[in-house]
Design a protein around this ligand. Structure first.
Ligand code: ZN
Length: 170
């Protein structure tokens, strides 16, 4: 199943996720929907609030290989090392992107889709995806990682794009 993407300025993007207490059939279905929605949208990562769920779940697919997606439930970043600047966009803020400085590598713990504890050591693109998605689950967008001036400029650009799209859809 594919779910509609929640887009800025939807308030669900600005709320902290609720921890998953048990991996039920319903949670597994939600995870499958997240993966399918990410694949169809050609994204490399997705947080549950981007499809309207308030649960703490993220999926990531740095290499785009179907069936190899990383699933993390209740993800927590335990360690951050170094700094890396990479261009970033977001399926919930389509049409705008910016360089974002984040940690170059991270240690993230959580549960896998079977509910087993896992720890992931990530660098490169995966490190960036995990930080972006954990931010989502805390209620933050990549725009919130930018300086105030740049954030305002990108938001204005995004709002102009939305207005143009609305006109086209009329
Ligand atoms: Zn995003």
């Amino acid at each position: 199943m594919i779910a509609p993407m929640v887009k800025e300025p939807d308030p669900r993007l600005h709320r902290k996720a609720v921890p998953v207490t048990q991996v039920t059939e319903q949670i597994l279905r939600l995870i499958d929907t997240m993966i399918e929605t990410m694949v169809v949208a050609q994204g490399v990562g997705l947080a549950a609030n981007q499809i309207g769920s308030n649960l703490n779940i993220l999926v990531a697919s740095p290499d785009g290989k179907e069936g190899k997606e990383l699933v993390l439930i209740n993800a927590v970043i335990l360690g951050r090392r170094g700094r890396a600047r990479l261009a970033e966009g977001c399926l919930s803020v389509p049409g705008v992107s910016s360089d974002v400085v984040r940690a170059a590598s991270v240690t993230v713990s959580g549960l896998d889709r079977k509910g087993r504890p896992v720890t992931v050591e990530a660098d490169g693109l995966l490190a960036k995806i995990l930080q972006h998605e954990v931010d989502h689950l805390q209620g933050y967008l990549f725009l919130d990682r930018l300086g105030a001036w740049k954030r305002r400029r990108l938001l204005r650009q995004y709002q102009r794009l939305c207005a143009t799209l609305r006109q086209v859809q009329l």
